[in-house]
Design a protein around this ligand. Structure first.
Ligand code: ADP
Length: 263
């Protein structure tokens, strides 16, 4: 019956013997699907009321008619509505990414342009408080989904800004070698203790929840990065030292790359 989901596990014992375990994971699979659909539906339904609330709050604020004692609460309501909108958008994106772990789009994305765009966004968030540079010397094109790749690249660059003190250096680089293409973001920020590194891509995992919230984090950024990579045959690596800074890198295999000159 092809509607059932089976998981096979083979363990070899010496030359002639092997143990085959067949697990029926249909129920687990269906439950997982229900969880994803539920999250996607709730996130989707929350978007409309949030847009309406944010719209009214913005109108009230820009009208300048709000009584003085309301101005601070109004600011806070706007800020919190913005946070909730980011959270809902990230949840929706993650639910969509999770429904299919393979086969991203077939667009050809110019890596250099994508990096310049992401650097502009990072500079916007930084407001001139960090020194952000881009190093990309080739004309590589990455095959995949342009929006998803943008999310992955941008999450790393925005995290570098969020977790670096003012005056910090942030470098976005791209290198090509026989193993593929490598995008990395190096910062001179707060760094991460090694014990946290294996868990960073879990949903809502934060090293310091207070700091993350303060900087506008949803706790979903690296989970999104992980799922984008799963759909692009990519891998994430993290190299970090507390107090010294971090390097987050995305590695893409050669079959995902072409050069603009070949096109
Ligand atoms: P958040 O929205 O909280 O930033 P992420 O999933 O993007 O969530 O990151 C998970 C956690 O990893 C963050 O809360 C932060 O503690 C840590 N982190 C991510 N990037 C960096 C970085 N460049 N430097 C230091 N810590 C980082």
């Amino acid at each position: 019956n092809d509607a059932r989901k089976l998981q096979l596990e083979i363990t070899r014992y010496g030359k002639d013997e092997a143990l085959l375990i067949v697990r029926d994971i249909t129920r687990l699979h269906n439950l997982e699907q229900m969880r994803r659909d539920f999250v996607a539906n709730v996130s989707h339904e929350l978007r409309t009321p949030l847009t309406v609330i944010a719209g009214y709050l913005e109108t009230l604020e820009s009208s300048g008619q709000a009584p003085k004692p309301w101005q601070r609460p109004l600011q806070q309501m706007l800020e919190q509505t913005g946070r909730m909108t980011s959270l809902v958008n990230d949840l929706l994106l993650l639910a969509r990414l999770e429904t299919s772990e393979r086969d991203s789009g077939r667009e050809r994305v110019a890596v250099g342009e994508l990096m310049e765009r992401v650097a502009r966004e990072a500079r916007g968030l930084s407001g001139g408080r960090h020194n952000i540079t881009v190093a990309c010397s080739d004309d590589a094109l990455l095959t995949g989904d342009a929006n998803e790749l943008h999310s992955a690249f941008a999450n790393l660059a925005l995290n570098a800004v969020k977790y670096s003190p003012n005056g910090g250096d942030i470098t976005l680089s791209w290198t090509l070698d026989s193993r593929g293409g490598h995008f990395s973001v190096r910062d001179s920020g707060i760094g991460i203790d090694p014990i946290h590194i294996p868990r960073l891509t879990e949903r809502f995992y934060r090293v310091d929840a207070g700091r993350s919230r303060e900087s506008g984090g949803t706790g979903l950024g690296l989970a999104i990065v992980k799922h984008v990579l799963l759909r692009h045959s990519g891998e994430l690596s993290v190299d970090s030292r507390p107090g010294r800074g971090s390097t987050f890198a995305l590695h893409f295999p050669p079959h995902k790359l072409t050069s603009a000159a070949e096109n």
